[in-house]
Design a protein. Sequence first.
Length: 166
Amino acid sequence: MAVARVLIVDDEPVLLRAVSKMLTNRGYDVLQANDPRQALETINGEGPIEVVLSDVLMPEMSGMDLVREVARISPQTACILMTGGIVDSAEISQSLPVLHKPFPMSELIAAVVEAVARSTNLRAELRASVEISAALRWEAQSLRYECVKFVRQSVEPVSRLKRKLD
């Protein structure tokens, strides 16, 4: 069984293959995407993915925009960016890891291990939020039922009194 599912997104085929091979050799189930659009299709169609490892500079959509979209559609997926250039630190969240190409395998593996742990925590938080949401919905339904019941009980005596006065 794979350690975790990792989606690698890069428009450079050589780097895509190299990083895929490094992670596959370490037991990860690796999916590949040549661009952000393909990555989003993969996330929507392939089931849970623990980590998205994306290049920063790509045609059509930046890695940061991809990370934002991944957070929206799959909040339990952790992300890592990688770049061969300079990154504007104002544009990237402090909590988002950035690997600088070329990076050693040990740095890649360490970042992915941390991201898998973040993904596990995000899944637990999402599960807890869903449970709280379900409990709140149940409580709201109960309160709604009690309010309707109270209003009906309150209206009944007023209706009887009104009939007596007429």
